[in-house]
Design a protein around this ligand. Structure first.
Ligand code: ATP
Ligand code: MG
Length: 436
């Protein structure tokens, strides 16, 4: 992208309405703009990040055998009357009437709709297990939308639903999803810790929230260093091996991890001092086993091994895809701006032409731009060097290639790593090789 004709409206001033770093930086770096309270337009740079996160989430869902589908945002109220949640959901649900006066709603989540789709077509236990997911916009009329995309009213969520014949099967699906989550967050460059969450009337221990560590997080968290040392990659743990999944789940649940609400000083005291880690945390995902909570009232049954109809055991698994954009920034920024992890950065590099019109600068920039193409944001604006440096730091691309007249005359460019601030004078070939 050539910045001179790119729609990247950066701001010098800090917007007054933004209370936390990610919200400020998303507005200042031109990633999003608010269109109504808690509703955002994703501008080109922000959308690239959102898509990158979405891609990693999708790849890790697919890797454990979940199947993607796409359900609509608008749902009929009848389904929610069947489950009993139409009244319970309260004011967070956006209710709509169509021209025929039918009650509709903008989906805040999809348990009812997936159960309806499944009950129409799944007839036998032989077709189970199944895990289905979609990545779709949700609407929740939050009382207090705040912190930018972290608590929006319209937000992008990945929600998966598992269907198993019995509890033993549901446990395996649950563990697969937990594994997919840990891999996802690891690839996003985040430290994530699963923490036991409330199960409500369902009971049991199959409900976990995933908290990522960021200095500005809402809750204080305490955890064992073991979580940082585990290799979640597919080589280390196979999602097709029940033993691997069990061993993985035990690792996730036996080491100490708690938010301040559930913190137990006695149990904490038993963790070796050098293994104790404390920090602030943000919830980015939640996985939940709910048994037959929807299958039973909605009449979703399959023929069991003995031919008798049984209501399948289900679970749901959410990741806040758009919240993650803010969460990654909370975990990775400094006083000058965003520091994108390589995996989600909108561009791999910013290319800064410090002197437009200088033959050598222009030639080198065009050459690099030609070779890196879609991976680089070329700052070809008629602006002062200082403005370009500040904007590049603000936008936070992992690399900066700085092309100034003195270096250019000798065929050299300056390569800066945003995360460390380290600069080096290198040849064009070396710069290209390092970025690729
Ligand atoms: P919270 O306690 O933050 O309101 P929740 O319990 O309502 O979350 P779930 O229904 O489990 O959330 O939704 C799954 C995920 O969707 C959450 O872990 C979070 O990452 C994301 N999410 C939920 N509400 C919002 C929101 N208003 N804006 C952005 N992301 C959200
Ligand atoms: Mg909520």
């Amino acid at each position: 992208m050539r910045l001179s004709h790119g729609f990247v409206p950066t701001l010098k001033e800090t917007p007054a309405e933004a209370q936390i770093a990610s919200h400020r930086l998303m507005l200042r770096a031109g990633l999003v703009r608010q269109t109504s309270a808690g509703i955002y337009a994703w501008l080109p740079l922000g959308l690239r990040v959102l898509r990158n996160i979405e891609r990693i989430v999708r790849e890790e869902q697919d890797a454990v055998g979940a199947q993607e589908l796409l359900m609509p945002t608008i749902q009929p109220a009848e389904l929610w009357k069947e489950s009993g949640r139409y009244e319970d959901y309260g004011k967070e649900m956006l209710r709509i009437r169509d021209r025929h006066d039918r009650e509709m709603l903008y989906g805040p989540t999809n348990e009812e709709m997936i159960t309806d789709l499944l009950r129409q077509s799944l007839k036998s236990y032989r077709e189970l297990p199944q895990i289905l997911y979609h990545i779709q916009w949700k609407f929740r009329d939050e009382v207090r939308p705040r912190f930018g995309v972290m608590r929006g009213r319209e937000f992008l969520m990945k929600d998966a639903y598992s269907v198993d014949l019995d509890y033993a099967g549901a446990v395996v699906s649950y563990r697969k999803m937990m594994l997919a989550y840990m891999r996802t967050f690891q690839r996003l460059g985040l430290k994530a810790i699963p923490m036991v969450a409330d199960t409500g009337p369902i009971g049991g221990d199959l409900s976990h929230e995933f908290i990522i560590l960021a200095p500005t997080g809402e809750s204080q968290v305490y955890y064992d260093a073991a979580f940082e040392e585990i290799d979640y990659s597919s080589g280390a743990i196979s999602h097709e091996s029940a033993e691997d999944l069990q061993r993985f789940f035990e690792q996730m649940t036996t080491h100490y991890a708690a938010t301040d609400e559930k913190h137990d000083p006695n149990a904490w005291a038993e963790v070796a001092t050098e293994r104790r880690r404390e920090g602030r945390g943000i919830e980015v995902g939640h996985i939940f086993y709910f048994g037959t909570k929807y299958s039973a009232p909605m009449g979703f049954k399959v023929a069991g091994p003995d031919g008798k109809p049984v209501a399948p055991e289900m679970g749901s698994y959410g990741v806040g895809v758009s919240r993650l954009v803010g969460a990654v920034i909370e975990a990775s920024h400094d006083a000058d701006g965003i520091i994108w992890p390589d995996s989600v950065a909108p561009f791999k590099a910013a290319l800064l032409n410090l002197k437009r019109g200088d033959a050598a600068c222009d030639r080198i920039c065009e050459e690099i731009y030609g070779k890196l193409g879609g991976d680089v944001l070329y700052d070809d604006r008629e602006d002062r060097a200082g403005v370009k440096f500040a904007d590049a730091d603000l936008m936070g691309h992992p690399w900066q290639v700085v092309v100034g007249p003195r270096g250019a005359a000798a065929g050299k460019v300056e390569l800066k790593r945003r995360a460390t601030g380290q600069r080096e004078e290198v040849s064009i070939e070396d710069a290209l090789a390092r970025i690729a």
